[in-house]
Design a binder for this molecule. Sequence first.
Ligand code: TMP
Ligand code: ASP
Length: 247
Amino acid sequence: MDKGYLLHEGKAKRVYTLEDTEGEDGFDPKEHLLVEFKDSISAFDGVKVDEMPEKGVLNNKISSIIYTFLEEQDVSTHFVKKLNSKEMLVKRVDIIPLEVVIRNIVSGSLIKRLGFKEGTILKYPVVELYYKNDSLSDPMINEYHIKNLEIATEEEVEAVTKKALEINELLVPYFNERDLLLVDYKLEFGRDSDENIILADEISPDSCRLWDRETYKILDKDRFRKDMGEVLEGYSEILQRISGGEQ
Ligand code: TMP
Ligand code: ASP
C-alpha cells in the first residue's frame, strides 16, 4: 500500500492519501487514509516541543491495541489496521473540530475549574467540549457556541457525548484490569461517507492521563509537560501493560 500525497500535518501525526491503486488490497483509496505517527512531542499549544525517537512507534502500537479492543466491543472507529511500525490505515472521515474531553479523576485544568484536589475521584464522569482551533487556543465551548459556529448539529453533539460516555464505560475497566487509572483523555470524532459519526484520531499517552493504579505514578505526556523525565519509559510501561508483554 503506497502513500499518495500529504493531506495534513499536525503536531504528532501526518495524514496521507493512498496511492490510487484501485482497491489493490480491497481498500478503496477514496475511502481510506494513511496516518503516520511522528516522533515530535508538544505541549501547551505547541509552545513546548521536542523530538523523541520511537515515540511514533509506541503511540502507533498503543493506539492500534486500544482501537482494536474498542472495535471488538462494537464501537465504530476509523481504525482499519496497523500497517507497519509508524503507520496505520484508517477510514477517511470528515473530522468534527471538537475535542471531547472525558474525566474520571480530577487533574489538569479541572483543578482550577472545580477547586477539587488533584486525584479526587469524580462521582460522575465529566464531559467537556473544546473547539479544535489552534489560533483560538482550543477554547471550551458549549452547544450554543457550536450551533453558531455551525461545526456540528445538535443531534451530532448529542451523539458524540453519548458515544464518549459509552467508550468511557469500556475503557475505565479495560485500563483498571491492566493496573492503570484512566484519569482523563481527549477523543475526536468524524463523519464517514454515510454521515455516521465514528471515533477518529488516536488514543495514546499523548492524549490521555494514565496513572499507575497503586502508586498514582504518572505514565503519560504529563511527564513531558511537567519536566519529570523518563517520558518514553512511561509510554513503554503503558504499552507493556496493555499488550500483556507481547509487542
Ligand atoms: P486538561 O486537563 O489540560 O484540560 O486536559 C484534559 C485531557 O485532555 C488530558 O488527558 C490531556 C488531553 N488533552 C489533549 O489531548 N490535547 C489538548 O490539547 C489538551 C489541552 C488536553
Ligand atoms: N496537544 C497540545 C499541544 O500539543 C496541548 C497539550 O497536550 O498540552 O500543544
